[in-house]
Structure formats: structure tokens, C-alpha cells
Design a protein around this ligand. Structure first.
Ligand code: 13P
Ligand code: SF4
Length: 346
């Protein structure tokens, strides 16, 4: 495809969203990336939070964390370029160790992944012996390696219920733990709120989910007041909240689900106004695909980590083979068990 064709394809989707001069410039970058992708036998995975010009031009597959993990496991190219954040690229490496996995920016982290270490998990296990550990995929490989099973925003409740135990440790997202507790009818506590008394067995615990105080720096910013203000101005609005939002925000919304579940919900319902309580770029991407619907956005909240992934840096990633994601083999093998157990559940 020529630069002009790349531009026309992007314009067809994004003319109402991205200024024309920016589209022309970005089409040149996208063309070069797609050329390099073929030359290097690479596949590009793009998370739903990628900025609209990138999202609509270079990924071979787009999706939420779970869908992209599944894609990474099936990748049949030599190189996986992950347009997302580090924990996602690590998950790709965990599942496809024989491939080269590239993350276009070294700065694309995640506040949730930063909130807990492998040592923290070992300490939780010591304090709550025998209690299985469910770990949100927004964590680094060494934390996954200390866990029994992973989950994403789209399967958290199903993973918790699949264990069939009275008590679980759910880390590291405090709000997601509370939201899962509400969904599954369980009672959640946070270790700092209780004494250090060692329990001989888990049967005498009066709580069912043991959480951790991690938060997403984007989703924690949404408030019930935001929702009330938007509903006052747009009484017909349908409000969707990511499960990383507080339980109060989830409760005041009309729907809660992971990024792809939110996208599907907008596609399959027929309201005119929607408010997506999630990363802003996704609002642009959903608006581009649903031209008959209006996406309201509270756009002071762009994820600074997702924002690090640009077309410019993706060109460099393919040209210079950077930044290579490596996971030490002993950690990878253990982390793979947790991720594969999750994938088997769905
Ligand atoms: P999803 O798993 O819903 O795609 O979310 C990933 C994420 O980082 C949300 O902030
Ligand atoms: Fe992490 Fe939040 Fe950014 Fe998702 S939006 S990558 S959870 S900081």
C-alpha cells in the first residue's frame, strides 16, 4: 500500500477526529512501519488505548489485554512489536519465549504494576498460608511467577469463582478487588487493616478476598460527581466504567467491563450519547468506528504510559530492534503457568 493509500484509509476513519495535516504526517510513518513490518517478518499488537492514528494504521491485531495475550501465544512471526505497556509486552514474551518481543518505549510502565513486588507476594503468602493468589495481569513477570493464576478485567470474577475456595488473595488493584467482591458476593479486606495475628488455618478467617492497595492512576480520577454532572447535562447518556474505577463509580454507571467489553457494548446498543470512564484515546477509537454515536469524554486523563507509544518510536523499534523485552527463564516458566491457567478459563 502506498503512502497515499495509507493516508486515504486513515482519513476514512479519522477525518472527524484527527486534523488533516497530522493525518498526512502520520500516514508517512504508518507506511514506513508497515513496510518494515513485512521486511522484518513482524506482527504488531495494539492495545485499545493506542492513540487513534496509530490504532487505525499499523496493528495486525487490536484488543484488550486478554485478547492480545491470546494473540501473542499464537504469533507465527519472528518479532512481536507490542504497542501497549511493559507488562503486556512481558506477557507476550512469557507466552512466546522463542520470539523477539519489542516495546517501542522504555517508559511505558503502569501504576498498578509498580504497586507490588514479588517479595510483597511472598510476604502475603506467609501471612495467609494456603490461600491462593489471583493476580491481575497489570503486574510484572516476577509477581506473576509468585501467583497461582492471573486474570484480566474481562475475566476477574470468573477466575475467582473457578478456584472454588472460600478465601483468595486478589492483587494488586484495590478497586478491582472491591468490584469483584461485589460481583461475587464476597467480603474484601486489606492486610494493613488487620492485625498481624498468624492464623493456623484459613477456615477461621471472616473475610473472603484479601486485597492490596494498588490503583490505576487514570481510573482512580473518575468520581461520582463527574457522573452526576454529565447526567445533568445529558440525561440520555449511557455511562460505561472500567473495573479499575472505584466501586462507587461502577455503581453509578450503567455498565462495567474491560476495554473490549465496553467497545462491544457501544456497538451493540443504540443510545446517542455515551460516556466512557476510561483512557481518553479509546473514546476517539470508539467514536471513529461509531459515526452515528456521540462519545462524551472526560479527557483530562490520558494514560501517561500508553501515551509513550508513538508512531515515531515504533519506526525506531523496528529499525533498531528496540526495546527488547526479556524475562529470565526461571521466572518466565512460573509466570507462564499463571497466565496459561487464566487463558484456559477464558
Ligand atoms: P483491559 O484488560 O480492559 O484491556 O485493560 C487494560 C488496562 O490497562 C486498563 O487500564
Ligand atoms: Fe496502567 Fe492505568 Fe495506564 Fe492501564 S490505564 S496501563 S492500568 S496506568
Amino acid at each position: 500500500m502506498s503512502v497515499e493509500k495509507t493516508y486515504q484509509k486513515m482519513k476514512a476513519k479519522l477525518s472527524r477526529i484527527v486534523p488533516d495535516f497530522e493525518l498526512r504526517y502520520k500516514a508517512e510513518l504508518a507506511y514506513e512501519i508497515n513496510r518494515l513490518k513485512k521486511e522484518k517478518n513482524a506482527v504488531i499488537l495494539g492495545h485499545n488505548y493506542m492513540e487513534p492514528a496509530l490504532f487505525h494504521s499499523i496493528p495486525d491485531y487490536t484488543g484488550d489485554s486478554l485478547e492480545l495475550s491470546r494473540r501473542a501465544a499464537k504469533a507465527d512471526k519472528d518479532i512481536i512489536v507490542f504497542c501497549g505497556v511493559r507488562f503486556m509486552a512481558e506477557t507476550a514474551k512469557i507466552l512466546s519465549p522463542q520470539k523477539t518481543v519489542l516495546l517501542p518505549s522504555e517508559k511505558a510502565g503502569c501504576s498498578l504494576a509498580e504497586s507490588i513486588t514479588a517479595k510483597d507476594v511472598r510476604n502475603l503468602r506467609k501471612r495467609f498460608p494456603g490461600v491462593p493468589v489471583v493476580t491481575y495481569v497489570n503486574t510484572y513477570a516476577d509477581v506473576k511467577a509468585e501467583s497461582d493464576i492471573c486474570c484480566t478485567s474481562s475475566n476477574a470474577a470468573a477466575v475467582v469463582e473457578s478456584l472454588g475456595t472460600d478465601t483468595i488473595i486478589f492483587i494488586p488493584d484495590e478497586y478491582m478487588a472491591k468490584n469483584v467482591a461485589n460481583e461475587t458476593g464476597k467480603h474484601v479486606i486489606f492486610p494493613t487493616q488487620i492485625s498481624m495475628v498468624r492464623h493456623e488455618s484459613t477456615t477461621d478467617l471472616d473475610y473472603e478476598i484479601i486485597g492490596w492497595h494498588g490503583k490505576c492512576e487514570v481510573h482512580e480520577k473518575f468520581t461520582v460527581e463527574d457522573i452526576l454532572n454529565v447526567r445533568k447535562q445529558f440525561p440520555d447518556v449511557v455511562i460505561l466504567a472500567h473495573p479499575e474505577c472505584s466501586p462507587e463509580v461502577v455503581d453509578a454507571s450503567d455498565f462495567s467491563g474491560g476495554t473490549s467489553a465496553m467497545i462491544k457494548y457501544v456497538e451493540q446498543t443504540s443510545a446517542y450519547h455515551y460516556l466512557l470512564l476510561t483512557e481518553c484515546a479509546m473514546g476517539d477509537n470508539v467514536a471513529a468506528e461509531n459515526r452515528d454515536k456521540e462519545m462524551l469524554r472526560l479527557c483530562s486523563v490520558r494514560c501517561p504510559h500508553m501515551n509513550e507509544i508513538t508512531l515515531e518510536d515504533t519506526v525506531k523499534a523496528l529499525r533498531h530492534n528496540q526495546y527488547v523485552i526479556d524475562v529470565p527463564e526461571e521466572i518466565r516458566v512460573k509466570a507462564a503457568q499463571s497466565v496459561e491457567r487464566m487463558i484456559a478459563i477464558g
